[in-house]
Design a protein around this ligand. Structure first.
Ligand code: HEC
Ligand code: HEC
Ligand code: HEC
Ligand code: HEC
Ligand code: HEC
Length: 268
C-alpha cells in the first residue's frame, strides 16, 4: 500500500511538474525553456488521456536517465518532433512488431548503438545476437532494460530466472547450460557488491573531507575501480560471465583495502 501511494505521489508530482512547464514555457523567454519545449512528441504525449498504456510510456520516459540527458522519443522511435499533427509526427514511427521498425528485436542493437557503442559491440559478439538475426528467440536489450532502462535486471534471482527460461527449463529452446543461470545471478550480485564497496569508500572520503583530511591518492584509485567496473558491465553484454565476474571480484578486494585504509585514518 505504501508503495502504491509512493507511485501515485510520483505520478502526480511528475504530472504537475509537466503541467507547470507547459504553462510556464508560454511566457518564459526561449533561453529559460525546457529542452523539450519545442518537441511535439513530448508536448502531445504529456496530455494524452487515452490509451492509458501509451500515456504510461511517457511517464516512464519522464523519470528516466534518457529524459535527463536530453534523449527525446524520436532518437529511438524516429518520426518528426517538429510536426504538430499526430499523423505528420508519426511518419516513420512503427510499432516494434514491424520488421522495418527501429525497435524490432533485429534492429534494436543498431538503434541503441548510436549512443552505446561499446555495449553494443560486446553484445553483437554473442550467440544471442546471432540468434536474434534468425527466427529463434534470445534476450534483446529491452528484455533486461524494459522500455526506458528505468529498470535493469539487477536482482540476482530475476536474472537466474530469465536465463533458466531457455537454458535450464525442460522444453527450453536453447542448449542446456546447467550452471549458467546461477553463474549469471552470481555475477550480478558481484557487480552490486563491488558497486557497494566503492560507494562505501566514497562516503568515508566525504566524511574525512568534513574533518579537513584529504584522500587524493585514494580517490584516484576509486576512479580506476569505477572504470574497471564499467568495463566488466560492458563485457557482461558479450555474456562473458567468467571475466566480468573476475573483474568485479578484483574491484571488491582492492576497494576493500582502500576503504579499510581510509577508515583507519578517520578520527574516532
Ligand atoms: C498531436 C499529438 C501527437 C504527437 C505530436 C505525437 N503523438 Fe505519438 N501518439 C499520439 C496518440 C493519440 C497515440 C495513440 C494512438 C492510438 O492508440 O491509435 C500515439 C501513439 C504513439 C505510439 C504508440 C505506437 C503507435 O504507433 O500507436 C508511439 C510509439 C508514439 N506515439 C510515438 C511518438 C513520437 C516518437 C512522436 C514524435 C516524433 C509522437 N508520437 C508525436 C499522439 C501524438
Ligand atoms: C531509449 C530509447 C527510447 C526512447 C528515448 C523512447 N522510447 Fe518508447 N520504446 C522504446 C522501445 C525499445 C520500445 C519497445 C519495447 C517496449 O515496448 O517495452 C518502446 C515502446 C514504446 C511504446 C509502446 C508501443 C506499442 O507498440 O505499444 C510507446 C507508446 C512509447 N515507446 C512511447 C514513447 C514516448 C512517448 C517517448 C518519449 C516521451 C519514448 N517512447 C521514448 C524505446 C524508446
Ligand atoms: C541519443 C542517444 C541515446 C540512445 C539512442 C540510447 N541511449 Fe541509453 N543512454 C543515453 C544517455 C546519454 C544515458 C545516460 C548515461 C549516463 O548518465 O552516463 C543513457 C543511459 C542508458 C542506460 C543506463 C540507465 C541508468 O539508469 O543508468 C541504459 C541501460 C540504456 N541507456 C539503454 C539504452 C537502450 C537499450 C537503448 C536503445 C533502445 C538506448 N539506451 C538508446 C543515450 C542514449
Ligand atoms: C541479459 C540482460 C541484459 C541484456 C540482454 C542487455 N543488458 Fe544492458 N545491462 C545489463 C546489466 C545487468 C547491466 C549492469 C547494471 C548495473 O549493475 O549497473 C547493464 C548495463 C547497461 C548499460 C550501462 C552500462 C554502464 O556503463 O554502467 C547500458 C548503456 C546498457 N546496459 C545497454 C544495453 C543495450 C544497448 C543492450 C542491447 C544491445 C543491452 N544493454 C542488453 C543487462 C542486460
Ligand atoms: C529467449 C531465450 C534465451 C534466454 C532468455 C537466454 N538465452 Fe542464452 N542463448 C540462447 C540461444 C538460442 C543461444 C545460442 C544457441 C545455443 O547455444 O543454444 C544462447 C547462447 C548462450 C551462451 C553461449 C555462449 C556464446 O555466446 O557463444 C551463453 C553463455 C548464454 N546463452 C548465456 C545466457 C545467460 C547468462 C542468460 C541470462 C542472462 C541467457 N543466456 C538467457 C537463448 C537464450
Amino acid at each position: 500500500m505504501r508503495q502504491l501511494k509512493l507511485v501515485l505521489l510520483c505520478l502526480v508530482g511528475a504530472a504537475s511538474l509537466t503541467w507547470s512547464f507547459v504553462i510556464a514555457q508560454k511566457k518564459a523567454p526561449p533561453a529559460a525553456r525546457n529542452t523539450y519545449g519545442e518537441n511535439n512528441c513530448v508536448i502531445c504525449h504529456a496530455r494524452l488521456l487515452e490509451p492509458v498504456g501509451v500515456s504510461a510510456h511517457f511517464f516512464e520516459w519522464l523519470n528516466s536517465a534518457h529524459q535527463k540527458k536530453g534523449v527525446g522519443c524520436e532518437k529511438c522511435h524516429g518520426g518528426d518532433p517538429t510536426a504538430k499533427t499526430m499523423t505528420a509526427a508519426h511518419s516513420g514511427v512503427l510499432r516494434q512488431t514491424f520488421p522495418q521498425s527501429n525497435l524490432h528485436p533485429q534492429n534494436l542493437a543498431q538503434t541503441c548503438s548510436s549512443c552505446h557503442q561499446e555495449v553494443v559491440s560486446a553484445f553483437v559478439k554473442s550467440a544471442h545476437f546471432q540468434k536474434l538475426q534468425g527466427a529463434d528467440g534470445a534476450p534483446d536489450c529491452t528484455t533486461c532494460h524494459r522500455h526506458m532502462a528505468s529498470s535493469v535486471i539487477t536482482w540476482p534471482p530475476d536474472t537466474a530466472t530469465l536465463c533458466s527460461k531457455c537454458h535450464n527449463a525442460p522444453g527450453g529452446s536453447a542448449t542446456k547450460y546447467p550452471n549458467v543461470s546461477k553463474q549469471a545471478g552470481d555475477t550480478i550480485a558481484a557487480f552490486s557488491r563491488a558497486d557497494g564497496i566503492v560507494e562505501w569508500a566514497y562516503s568515508l572520503v566525504n566524511e574525512g573531507k568534513q574533518k579537513k583530511l584529504s584522500f587524493n591518492a585514494e580517490e584516484v584509485k576509486l576512479k580506476q575501480f569505477e572504470a574497471s567496473l564499467k568495463e566488466a558491465k560492458t563485457q557482461w553484454h558479450a555474456f562473458d560471465l567468467t571475466n566480468s565476474r573476475r573483474t568485479a571480484d578484483e574491484v571488491f578486494q582492492q576497494a576493500t583495502e582502500v576503504k579499510d585504509g581510509i577508515w583507519k585514518r578517520l578520527p574516532e
